[in-house]
Design a protein around this ligand. Sequence first.
Ligand code: EPS
Length: 375
Amino acid sequence: MIRFLTAGESHGDKLIGILEGIPSNLKINKGYIDYELSRRQKGYGRSDRMNIESDKVQIVSGLDEKVTTGAPISLVIDNLAKGTNNDDYLQPRPGHADLAGLIKYNQLNAKNILERASARETAMRTAIGAICKIFLSEFGIKIFSHVISISDIESNIDYYKSWSEIDFSLADNSTLRMIDSDAEKIAKERIDFGYEEGFTLGGKVEIIIKNVPIGIGSHIQWDRRLDGKIAQSMMSIPGVKAVEIGLGETIKNYHGNLSNDEIFYSEDKGYYRKTNLAGGIEGGISNGEDIVVRITMKPIPTQQKPLKTVNIITKEETKAFTQRSDVCAVASLSIVAEAMAAISISEAFMEKFSGDSMEEVKRNFINYQNYTDKR
Ligand code: EPS
């Protein structure tokens, strides 16, 4: 069973992570984890904080000479920006955890709430996800992502517009992770306008998971459904307001005779589909096609031109406190979403092929492949 915990505050000393359930004898390349951390830091529209941080992971336990032992893997990332950048947290920001959190945890102000609610924590999830990506790559599973909209500016390239013929590596060449360079240019101008005018921008990300075998996840119980697992992991990323699998919400526009992926069979391919509107999951089970996930992020609530709120001591109307923040973090969301996808798929993968060592998991996987090849 794969599970993880994180700890740490946005401007505290360190972020901490514990990942349990990765089998023994998997070689971990720390350089790859650091590379994934650097991908998360690159987005156009991020705050100056990204110029201060240079995220690097330390692996403190669970490895023997770079190889997993099966014991919990514990990870540390240092925060370089220490101490908060505001000391007046009496005016909670609409849209943040501030007000509900300070009441729930009986705090004098919002400081301790926002310090933990901050998306800084996703740096650790990215590191944990990178280990899961290394694990999945042993079975040929690969995860890609790109930004398909910033605010209402849409990319002309997405899985369905392009019928999966996308060179995802191009997303890594764009600081907005947008493959459509015309859309990227307009989106950057809009972000610049956000900086000038003091507003923030949301957007949408597409995540594609390739080579997941048939049979991950299950229809037999609600919490084993793969789409449900993926949805929870995506929705848990700060700012995410919607998760779609496959065609998602636009599927309602199709009549039932056109909204399903017809089944074909050939000697060399076995069962196959000519379309993938379902996004690779049917009945909560992976069907062997690409898994397609889209997530929508709201504009970050911290505004440089603050919104109305109430001072929690005087109860008088005032303006929310402001602090350094991102104008647009959608490009970084794309990398965090890859990590969360890697964690959810690893979890469901281990539920199916469980084993304590990589050798055991591989034996189970190959046995199953031999079986499915004959179906
Ligand atoms: C965040 C606010 C900003 C972001 C931060 C998330 O931090 P600061 O208040 O220090 O400027 O930069 O994101 C990160 C530090 C990160 O590593 O992603 C927030 O309020 O959520």
